[in-house]
Unconditional design. Structure first.
Length: 179
């Protein structure tokens, strides 16, 4: 074997190695770049159709007022338990987180002397008629944005009507129900 032959053989071997290793590396790279089709386990997820609920009708205080003649102050007393952590209801009762609510129906808004009402409450027009109370107690945040009563509201119409006739009785001289 002359030098030329040796070179050819070595060359052939090197070329073969290059092909073998070269293509292996290429396969590695391809495999690494593509990875498995879906990494991890595919967890079957059932598509849940969005509930086809009617959009809630906008709140209408007139519906609450219509329920007042048949509403129950006793049931309203039960609902008022939700208010008692922040409000007293007896005449001259003390201030808690919220103002005392004696005589609230018909009372001037934000009028309890010395209570630190929010600007939002002080500047909101109107006084505490049944209608204003219904709107506020249904959704305090939406009715008077920025007021500081941390209470979600009474969403059930009948429950809200019961609460209003209970509040009406917190008075020496309960105001007449609206006509
Ligand atoms: C977590 C405490 C909290 C709860 C619970 C709460 N309130 Fe209040 N309430 C307040 C605060 C504080 C204010 C004063 C809001 C302001 O000035 O922005 C307020 C204000 C009021 C006012 C206006 C009083 C006024 O003098 O103008 C009424 C009416 C009222 N609340 C009724 C209720 C009723 C009825 C409930 C129960 C269904 C209730 N609140 C539950 C804290 C509370």
């Amino acid at each position: 074997m002359d030098a030329f032959e040796v070179n050819k053989t070595v060359g052939a071997v090197l070329a073969a190695l290059l092909v073998i290793f070269g293509s292996r590396t290429m396969l590695d790279i391809i495999a690494r770049e593509h990875g498995p089709e879906k990494p991890g386990w595919a967890i079957p997820v059932k598509e849940v159709a969005a509930p086809t609920k009617e959009p809630a009708a906008p709140f209408d205080a007139a519906q609450i007022l219509a329920l007042l003649p048949k509403a129950s102050p006793d049931n309203g007393h039960d609902t008022f338990k939700k208010c008692m952590q922040c409000h007293t209801s007896d005449k001259g009762g003390r201030t808690l987180t919220g103002p005392n609510l004696f005589g609230i129906v018909g009372r001037t808004r934000a009028s309890m002397a010395g209570f630190p009402y929010s600007e939002a409450m002080k500047t909101h027009p109107g006084n505490w008629t049944f209608e204003e109370l219904a709107k506020y107690l249904h959704d305090p945040k939406a009715d008077i944005p920025g007021n500081k009563m941390a209470f979600a509201g009474v969403k059930d119409n009948a429950e809200l009507a019961d609460l209003l006739v209970f509040l009406r009785k917190l008075s020496d001289n309960p105001p007449p129900l609206p006509q």
